[in-house]
Design a protein around this ligand. Structure first.
Ligand SMILES: Cc1ncc(COP(=O)(O)O)c(C=O)c1O
Length: 388
């Protein structure tokens, strides 16, 4: 079996890389959500071969892209996706915006669960809709539970027309159970609220947990949702700016597609669809080994923090490589906290309050890097905190 070397250090500096070229040279970047791993070798080989052809004219749609999305959903999650349900999109966030425009009107309410992935805080008001936040409830062990009572109250409001679900959840690393998802679906159906399920982190789920695609819950759920996917987090190909929406209901699919057609925004790119097809058709081995490697990083981090930096607490993490670090015992205001880690430890992370309510006192740490880099970052954090 092909073995990927996740310990390999790849120099990303000077490649117009947001993660590495934003901060000074001596800062270890543990922030934005891409990995520091090379993508699978079959992807590199396919891109090189295609590049060597030397002609990159308009691509025609042979449904290979759609088939690869359907293949992955079936293989990994047991969901039978018809290729006619799949729509090419220029990544996940544009797909969420298209869905918002197709299924809601300006002035409507859109429910998200807080703390929430920071671009959700922008795209909703920027498109003239209102955010209604359902705060996830912090449990004694540091994990989070869904507040179903408040969720129903928000969904039942007259102008609430969409629930934007992040499953698994960024930033708290929660993998929702079938029971939780079914309850969310039933509440949305009861109150006539459409669901957009952002499942970009679905491949990175740790032992004992299982990702359930929202559209696979029931026929009713399938008819009331758009599921947004992208292998970019798993295979480190976010820069190719391509993703997909899965819309099982034909009428919904037509509503979603109309503005793309009106804006002629459906054009694919040669170097966008090809890597996705290769990842989803040939690279299961990589996804399996990645999760195993990340599990090792998570165990290392949890042990290191518990024994050497007891002022910090690692949120119990079921999914994603984004770790929600509780730094409340450091008693620092949000700006002070991120400045402390950046200036004193020379480690860049995402500051928690940028994710909205419930984020103050937290930092989000991306552990998708070679173990040696994680160790170096943690040692710097330990030394800086010990000097306080
Ligand atoms: C929950 C979530 N959705 C969407 C995105 C961005 O997706 P894309 O680059 O496909 O727009 C991210 C990236 O971190 C994310 O965490």
């Amino acid at each position: 079996m092909v073995k990927h070397n996740f310990d390999e250090l790849v120099n990303r500096k000077g490649t117009e890389c947001k993660k590495w070229d934003t901060y000074a040279d001596d800062v270890i970047p543990m922030w934005i959500a891409d990995t520091d791993f090379k993508c699978p070798q079959p992807v590199i080989d396919a891109l090189v071969k295609r590049a060597e052809h030397g002609v990159y004219g308009y691509p025609v749609n042979c449904k290979k892209f759609e088939q690869s999305i359907a293949n992955w959903q079936k293989k990994r999650f047991g969901w039978d996706v018809d290729i006619d349900w799949v729509e090419y999109t220029p990544a996940v966030i544009p797909a969420v915006v298209y869905a918002m425009r197709a299924f809601t009107n300006p002035g409507d309410n859109i429910v998200i669960q807080m703390p929430a992935y920071h671009p959700f805080h922008d795209i909703i008001p920027n498109n003239g809709r209102h955010i209604l936040g359902n705060n996830l409830v912090l449990q004694e062990d540091g994990s989070y539970a869904v507040d179903f009572e408040n969720l129903e109250e928000l969904l039942s409001k007259k102008r609430t027309t969409m629930f934007l679900l992040c499953s698994p959840h960024n930033p708290v690393g929660k993998c929702f159970t079938r029971e939780e998802l079914t309850r969310m679906s039933e509440l949305c159906l009861k109150h006539n609220v459409f669901v957009v399920s952002d499942e970009i982190h679905s491949d990175i789920v740790y032992k004992g947990n299982k990702h359930i695609p929202f559209g696979s819950l029931s026929q009713e759920a399938a008819d009331n949702c758009v599921v947004c996917v992208n292998p970019s987090k798993t295979f480190n190909i976010a820069g190719v700016r391509t993703g997909a929406a899965i819309i099982p209901n034909r009428h919904n699919h037509d509503l979603f597609y109309a503005p793309l057609e009106d804006n002629k925004a459906y054009g694919r790119t040669v170097f966008g669809t090809l890597p996705i097809e290769v990842c989803y058709n040939e690279c299961d081995y990589y996804a399996d080994q990645l999760v195993e490697y990340l599990e090792g990083n998570l165990a290392y981090l949890s042990n290191f923090v518990a024994t050497k930096i007891p002022k910090l607490k690692v949120t119990p993490t079921q999914a994603t490589y984004l770790i929600w670090l509780n730094c409340k015992e450091m008693n620092m205001a949000p700006k002070e906290l991120s400045a402390f880690f950046l200036n004193e430890a020379r480690v860049a992370m995402n500051e928690g309050s940028t994710f909205g309510p419930g984020g103050t006192g937290y930092m989000r740490m991306n552990i998708a890097c070679p173990r040696s880099q994680l160790v170096a970052a943690l040692e710097r954090m330990e030394a800086a905190i010990n000097k306080l």
